[in-house]
Design a protein. Structure first.
Length: 259
């Protein structure tokens, strides 16, 4: 994908460090971006789980540990398998970082395309009775209040398709690896936030999907707020529903939420 404009090269020191410590062979791997996904899952998952257990006490320690034991090893195993999979093909690794303008432009396009593509797949999951009953019902079996791990309870087919809607564009268009890594980390974090069950302070919910925005999607009979990246697609295609900012902070009075 062509760089946007000339601009400066403020990102060169970061890119030089990545080339030095990660290596060209790894950066050129077709599935390099998966490292960003896995790192974000581990870091954000542990952080939100600690809040659930020790701060808000929304989850018992045993329940949080169960989610960690079920989810994290699987993602780490996927990363290991992908990293060591005998793939001889490598993308060409740029010698320089993208310009600041180029980075922001590529990043924005990835976010918009990922939001629109994943939105329409989500609409299909609810619009097709067959797809909902055979695929998407797994995710909607989760109970409120949602936790950061709720988003990972999906049918394998849904997992594969959603993953494709998020990453097919930057993969095919070969955006700069630095941009791709940043997008993958941001994308993963936002999708985790939409299911975390908290109205995060300073979080730009007017632009990005959030837990208060997404919880009505799980709680109401008429589907709304399908987006899990931006607010854009729901607003464009008429499925956006205003939400109460405090709704996602409410924890159950008793009992242990089931994922």
């Amino acid at each position: 994908m062509a760089q946007f404009g000339m601009g400066n090269h403020l990102l060169d020191p970061l890119w030089d460090a990545m080339v030095r410590y990660i290596g060209v062979d790894t950066l050129g791997h077709p599935l390099f971006f998966v490292a960003s996904v896995m790192t974000t899952v581990v870091v954000a998952g542990l952080a939100f789980s600690a809040i659930d257990v020790f701060v808000t006490r929304k989850l018992a320690f045993a329940s949080a540990a169960k989610y960690l034991v079920i989810t994290l090893p699987g993602y780490l195993l996927v990363f290991v398998l992908l990293r060591w999979m005998p793939i001889g093909f490598r993308f060409e690794v740029p010698s320089a970082a993208p310009t600041t303008l180029g980075f922001l432009g590529e990043f924005a396009v990835c976010m918009i395309v990922g939001d629109v593509a994943s939105y329409w797949w989500h609409r299909l999951e609810h619009g097709s009775r067959f797809v909902f009953r055979n695929v998407h019902h797994v995710h909607h079996a989760v109970e409120l209040p949602l936790t950061v791990w709720s988003g990972f309870y999906v049918h394998p087919i849904e997992s594969a398709v959603v993953f494709s809607t998020f990453y097919i564009f930057p993969f095919v268009m070969q955006v700069h690896p630095l941009t791709f890594a940043a997008y993958a980390a941001t994308n993963t974090f936002i999708t985790m936030v939409t299911h975390c069950g908290y109205d995060l302070p300073l979080y730009p919910s007017s632009l990005l999907a959030s837990a208060p925005m997404h919880e009505p999607h799980h709680a109401e009979k008429v589907p709304c707020n399908f987006s899990v990246l931006l607010n854009l697609s729901d607003r464009l295609f008429g499925t956006y529903k205003p939400f109460a900012p405090v709704a996602a902070t409410q924890a159950p009075a008793a009992g242990d939420p089931v994922p």
